[in-house]
Design a protein around this ligand. Structure first.
Ligand code: PLP
Length: 356
């Protein structure tokens, strides 16, 4: 069976097998890793190893703290303004879809938010060129979502700004190499390319720490998490362990350059098939099509139910589009093999032949 879920998403089979093998007896300790104290040296070491492997994969320098937190990317919608809007109480946001919109809505609780650009006018089907943005001179940071998981819309450039750049990379991180030095802060919920749900990654430039106001709760303060190596309270140790296995798996695959080659090929295969067909379509401007999330609609939406039922029977799972937009969506994160995309394309061609 192949799993095209947008999140929680498929994990590499090798990772699940290793976790299964180690489940009852973690490397000779006689205990499961989920039964161990986060102060135990064994757990501290695996946590450090996970961080180092991530640093190696993304080339993260010591100028950045790497945090493993609770609360999902949604908590970051609040933590970012609470920690970074200490200066002018103002921030620029780019609105390219539902996740950007949610980040904007949350940030508005804490300060003055300028929507510097939006593609809502064309149903979030394109990324507004930076030349058209209205940036504020006194913003504390600029926030954007490089990959909109629901719309399947991806930036084909990194914004150039003279203030800290903040990115919600939940559904694109680790899909290809990235120049982390361009960013002030990157965050990502784990449950797509990192590991299981329950842990959230934050990569933050150290000079941005310590800007939270006195009333910001300790658990929402980046400085406190950084000072405590993300162990200010009990961290999600089992999810952290699994994320570490995924990072090792990525290294074994040849790192992010190798993943990028595969991911680009998977996405191209699917988009080329959709574009060549008169039966399926994708509304996103070609330059901004996501490598990770591929939404598509059938020419006749009355067939949606049959498509999903037949796909499920063929072992192709979780292809239903987000409840807010309908249609279909194939999420093809790192752990989804090329064979899955081949199987999907073959199924779609056959379905079209029978119903088109
Ligand atoms: N941002 C993006 C781009 C997402 O895809 C998601 C979830 O799918 C979120 C934020 C919310 O993440 P969480 O459910 O971890 O809070």
């Amino acid at each position: 069976a192949f799993n095209f879920c947008a999140g929680p998403a498929a994990l590499p089979e090798a990772v699940l097998r290793q976790a299964q093998e180690e489940l009852l007896d973690f490397r000779g300790t006689g205990m499961s890793v989920m039964e161990m104290s986060h102060r135990d040296q064994v757990v501290v070491e695996l946590a450090q190893r996970a961080e180092q492997d991530l640093r190696d994969l993304l080339g993260i320098s010591d100028d950045y703290a790497v945090l493993f937190l609770h609360g999902g990317a949604s908590t970051q919608f609040a933590m970012v303004p609470l920690n970074l809007m200490g200066g002018n109480g103002k921030a620029d946001y780019v609105n390219t879809g539902q996740w950007s919109s949610k980040a904007i809505k949350e940030a508005r609780r804490y300060g003055d938010i300028n929507v510097a650009a939006s593609s809502e006018d064309r149903n979030f089907s394109y990324v507004p060129p930076q030349a058209d943005w209205t940036l504020s001179a006194d913003a504390d940071y600029l926030h954007y979502c490089p990959n909109e998981t629901i719309g399947g819309l991806e930036f084909d450039f990194i914004p150039e700004v003279d203030k800290p750049l903040v990115a919600d990379m939940s559904s694109t991180i680790l899909s290809r190499p990235l120049d982390v030095n361009r960013f002030g802060l990157i965050y990502a919920g784990a449950q797509k390319n990192i590991g299981p749900a329950g842990i959230t990654l934050v990569i933050v430039r150290r000079d941005l720490l310590g800007r939270a106001g006195a009333s910001v709760p300790a658990m929402l303060n980046y400085q406190i998490h950084a000072d405590n190596d993300s162990m200010y309270n009990t961290p999600p140790t089992f999810a952290w362990y699994l994320a570490g296995l995924v990072f090792q798996w990525l290294k074994d695959q040849g790192g992010l350059t190798a993943m990028a080659t595969i991911n680009e090929r998977k996405a191209k295969r699917l988009y080329d098939f959709i574009d060549a067909s008169g039966f399926y379509s994708n509304p996103v401007e070609k330059a901004n099509r996501s490598w990770m999330n591929v939404p598509f609609v059938l020419a006749n939406s009355d067939l949606d139910k049959d498509f999903l039922a037949e796909a499920g029977a063929a072992g192709l799972h979780n292809l239903k589009g987000h409840r807010s937009v309908g249609g279909m969506r194939a999420s093809i994160y790192n752990a989804v093999p090329e064979a899955a995309v081949e199987a999907l394309v073959a199924f779609m061609a056959d379905f079209e032949k029978r119903h088109g």
